[in-house]
Ligand binder design. Structure first.
Ligand SMILES: *Cc1c(COP(=O)(O)O)cnc(C)c1O
Length: 356
């Protein structure tokens, strides 16, 4: 069992009102830290007051982006318990990302213990209002003070926590999406399936382009032909075509394997829906729409859970999906996933993990 040394903050912050939370604006009183030193491995697990870090300007993370992260949430149930949703999946994915970025892996049990211990220690920060949660952000940075290009020999593993509001104050509002055919988020053999900051740095430019088209986010296409759909913004994407649910398959390594994606597939199959993982082209979506068979489209991810897509714009040519309204499958998926996460409906899959 991981031995965690705790240093308590001398003064605690005032907690924001639930209605003002937004996403990732406030941070709790404490954070978790653990060091990696070559020869010693991961060591000195500790919970300390949340505070700025002191790093050498030459730290490798600042220059070559050897950084990776995870994202999950703690939910307060109506009976006051706090639970996590499939945290083992995040921990396993973090180790996969470590492998891709040449970062030494962590013991999965230790990471789970660290997450649970920090959330339990900060339990008062898990907000109470409907739709709110405590966002958990584990991340690793390369800390060698050196400018040579090679994997770092030292790292810092950090977990910070942020109370977050509901994404949809006024119900699930479908978003407008722009199909990106110039820039790419990921290519085969690249880091698309790894959750790393570098992917996000490379994707920001498409966000501002989407806004020029009056859209909220970019739909990423493959880096070779700009023909196949990868993801939408920082979410996985699903389409309902003639009653069948279709989502891009993961085999090319361009797509981040979302925990919400995997859970959505399992859940929809349990309802008896046909869910197929395969290549999907943008052209196919426009053809299906013309034939009146593109029933629904939506993104999935931990932050928003399910985000319905109301409009797709391909270089100025735009189609409206389901009259710009949320579809029946998207709504049911949102209701059941959030129902399980907040403990409002029975968790027959065994996905939730109680903290206290
Ligand atoms: C984190 C992430 C997702 C969603 O994954 P979840 O585990 O469902 O939160 C999808 N795409 C990208 C690029 C991501 O970084």
């Amino acid at each position: 069992m991981l031995d965690i040394k705790i240093t308590r903050a001398e003064t605690l912050k005032e907690k924001p009102e639930d209605s003002k939370l937004g996403f990732g604006k406030y941070f709790t009183d404490h954070m978790f830290l653990m060091d990696y030193t070559e020869g010693r491995g991961w060591h000195d697990a500790r919970i300390v007051p949340y505070a700025p870090l002191t790093l050498e300007p030459s730290s490798m993370v600042f220059h070559y982006a050897q950084e990776l992260f995870e994202g999950l949430k703690a939910y307060r149930t109506e009976s006051g318990k706090i639970q996590l949703f499939r945290p083992d999946r995040n921990v396993a994915r973090m180790n996969n990302t470590c492998e891709r970025l040449c970062v030494p892996k962590l013991n999965p049990d230790d990471v789970l213990t660290a997450i649970k211990s920090l959330v339990a220690y900060e339990a008062d920060w898990v907000p109470h209002s409907a739709g709110t949660s405590l966002y958990i952000r584990p991340f690793i940075i390369a800390t060698d003070a050196a400018l040579g290009v090679h994997p770092s020999h030292s790292y810092l593993f950090i977990i910070i926590l942020s109370p977050v509001g509901t994404y949809y104050a006024a119900g699930l509002d479908p978003v407008k999406i722009y199909i990106e055919k110039e820039y790419v988020r990921a290519v085969r053999g690249g880091t698309g399936q790894a959750k790393c900051g570098g992917n996000y740095a490379a994707s920001l430019i498409a966000q501002s382009k989407a806004e020029e088209y009056g859209c909220e986010q970019a739909l990423w296409t493959d880096g070779v032909e700009h023909k196949y759909i990868d993801e939408v913004g920082s979410m996985n994407v699903f389409f309902v075509i003639n009653g069948e649910v279709v989502t891009p398959d993961l085999s090319d390594g361009n797509i981040l394997p979302g925990v919400t994606r995997a859970s959505s597939i399992e859940l929809m199959r349990s309802w008896g829906l046909k869910v197929t993982e395969r290549k999907v082209t943008a052209a196919e979506l426009f053809e299906a729409h013309a034939a009146g068979r593109l029933d629904e489209a939506f993104g999935t991810g931990t932050a928003a859970v399910v985000s319905p897509i109301g409009e797709l714009n391909d270089s100025g040519k735009s189609i409206i999906i389901n009259d710009g309204k949320i579809g029946a499958i998207s709504q049911r998926l949102y209701d059941e996933l959030t129902g399980i996460q907040w403990g409002k409906i029975p968790d027959k899959f065994g996905w939730t993990v109680e903290i206290q």
